[in-house]
Design a protein around this ligand. Structure first.
Ligand code: FES
Length: 132
């Protein structure tokens, strides 16, 4: 089961959503940031760099945080679609549409994910100098 950060309305109101500490966030795992009923973000630790994608499979709404994350790819537990969490791209059908991605930043030991979809940061910028 993925670690989950549930945000209250005030925390979810800004562009940068608090997403917890880098401490204890292991490589190859997923942390869910619940910004609202309509927005769940899967924050993924890929070898110490952080990437965020919408936590909803584009095939049929499967919960991606409950799938396997390996080598930067996450597999939907429902029907096996695979996505590259660094880009949102579909790697394996049956999904055909890419995932929305969200920028991530690290300040000190704290992670933040943008509530606005956009291109992911490079691994160097996503790492933000915080080493695991
Ligand atoms: S819902 Fe994800 S592969 Fe079908």
């Amino acid at each position: 089961m993925a670690d989950t950060v549930n945000l209250d309305a005030s925390a979810a109101a800004g562009e940068w959503l608090p997403a917890g500490s880098v401490e204890g966030f292991e490589c190859g795992t997923v942390r869910v940031v619940v910004a609202s009923e309509d927005l769940r973000i899967a924050l993924c630790n890929v070898d110490g760099a952080f990437y965020a994608v919408e936590d909803v499979c584009t095939h049929d709404g499967g919960p991606l945080d409950q799938g396997e994350l390996e080598d930067g790819e996450i597999e939907c537990p429902r029907h096996g679609a695979r996505f590259d969490v660094r880009t949102g791209a579909v790697i394996q059908m049956p999904a055909a549409m890419p995932l929305a991605t969200f920028p991530v930043k690290v300040e000190g030991n704290e992670l933040f994910v943008s509530s606005r979809p956009g291109a992911p940061l490079s691994p160097e910028r996503a790492r933000g100098g915080a080493l695991l």
